[in-house]
Design a protein around this ligand. Structure first.
Ligand code: MG
Length: 394
């Protein structure tokens, strides 16, 4: 028997695709794009890119087969590519691509005792992990979902994330346009609720009718008690869930909100490993978890998803700025889990970036259709490499 191909090389690319309107919608009062192309949203004091930026990872096996991964590179992407090029890539060279979970655990261990439990380090591991799963699938001729324990579905219902518009009327109009296409679930982003959160919920409820599911992302803006008070004020409009009410570190605050409100709480987009999920799960802080594939990778995602299932929590994966590769990985995971009935749909990113990838993945009739083919079923198209940004080198 000939030896199974091992990993020959790992490469990383920073992709930056220009966009006319920034993610989350037009600039608000006091917001501007700085000389590095970033803007600070006044509503949640977080920094965002004005382009669609992410990091692609290419893993090549000895026989020439290529696996693609992607991770967050929305801010300071050179931090992620440095970790991949300098640390992770050389360590995985020569390894067996059929061992993605083992490799993910080994890479996490490299910096664990130095306190690197998240951030750019785990983002870098996530992107490489996704590439290894893609390579594994291609080498054995199977879709990744079949390697994750089995496939439950081919289409995953999705909700409209963000209803951008310069005015309240414009935002309601955006939502109604999606409703006319068959969407019945929506989430608005309070960072850009320039006319007030309760007012936006009221306007959307009136505009979409009693059947629509309407969630709100609170973008970590409130103390626990403020969030509880706000949830009370939203109750007359029958919210679907509320997301991220308190600051990310406030574990007890999250639990207090979860125990006090009468609407499902959704948390988790910024957590990267089971170790961050576990204390929140033990406290029963939330009933919906929102793992972000671009931050955690497939190996961690499946552990988190199955642990959530043990706690009777739903998984509604987060989706954000990316080319579509980590989104495809998220759909494979979603299709394998018993407790994942829905996925976030970032319409302002997903559809516009589809032209830069080769895939059958699409959003159709308010559902994501899982990509076909071995591996993840998605590859960057040649066109995307016109948007490669040069890495910063000393
Ligand atoms: Mg969010």
């Amino acid at each position: 028997m000939s030896a199974f191909p091992t990993i020959r090389s790992v490469e990383s690319f920073i992709i930056s695709i220009p966009r006319e309107v920034p993610y989350l919608g037009p600039l608000g009062p006091g917001e501007r794009i700085n000389e590095r192309g970033y803007l600070v949203r006044q509503g949640n004091r977080a920094i965002y890119p004005s382009t669609d930026m992410s990091v692609l990872i290419k893993v090549t096996a000895e026989d020439g087969t290529v696996g693609w991964g992607e991770t967050y590179g929305i801010i300071a992407p050179d931090a992620v590519t440095s970790i991949i090029d300098d640390v992770l890539g050389p360590v995985v060279t020569g390894r067996d691509p059929r061992d993605p979970v083992v490799i993910q655990e080994d890479l996490y261990d490299l910096m664990r005792v130095r306190g690197f439990f998240g951030g750019f380090y785990v983002d870098a591991i996530a992107g490489l992990d996704i590439a290894l799963w893609d390579l594994f699938g291609k080498l054995v001729g199977q879709p990744v979902v079949k390697l994750l324990g089995g496939q439950r579905r081919e289409r995953i219902p999705c909700y409209v994330s963000g209803v951008p518009g310069a005015t309240m009327e414009g935002r309601v109009e955006t939502a109604r346009r999606f409703a006319a296409q068959g969407f019945d679930a929506f989430k608005f982003h309070s960072a850009v609720s320039f006319d007030g959160i309760v007012e936006e919920m009221r306007a959307l409820r009136e505009g979409l009718g009693p059947q629509a599911r309407i969630a709100v992302d609170l973008h970590w803006k409130f103390s626990a008690q403020e969030a509880i008070q706000l949830a009370d004020r939203l109750m007359p409009f029958n919210p679907w869930f509320i997301e991220a009410p308190c600051q990310p570190e406030d574990i007890e605050g999250q639990a207090h909100v979860g125990a006090s409100i009468r609407v499902p709480l959704a948390l988790g987009e910024e957590w990267r490993t089971v170790y961050e999920y576990r204390p929140r799960m033990e406290r029963r802080s939330m009933s919906i978890v929102q793992p972000e594939m671009g931050h955690i990778g497939l190996s961690q995602f499946m552990q988190i998803g199955r642990m959530a299932n043990a706690f009777h929590m739903q998984v509604i994966p987060h989706a954000s700025i990316g080319l579509g590769v980590f989104q495809a990985a998220s759909l494979h995971a979603a299709a394998a889990l018993p407790n994942c009935a829905m996925h976030e749909y970032q319409h302002s990113i997903f559809d516009r970036n589809l032209k830069y990838v080769k895939t059958t993945m699409r959003c159709e009739a308010a559902h994501f259709v899982l990509p076909e083919g071995p591996g993840l079923g998605i590859e960057p198209a040649r066109d995307v490499f016109q948007f490669v940004r040069r890495k910063v080198r000393a």
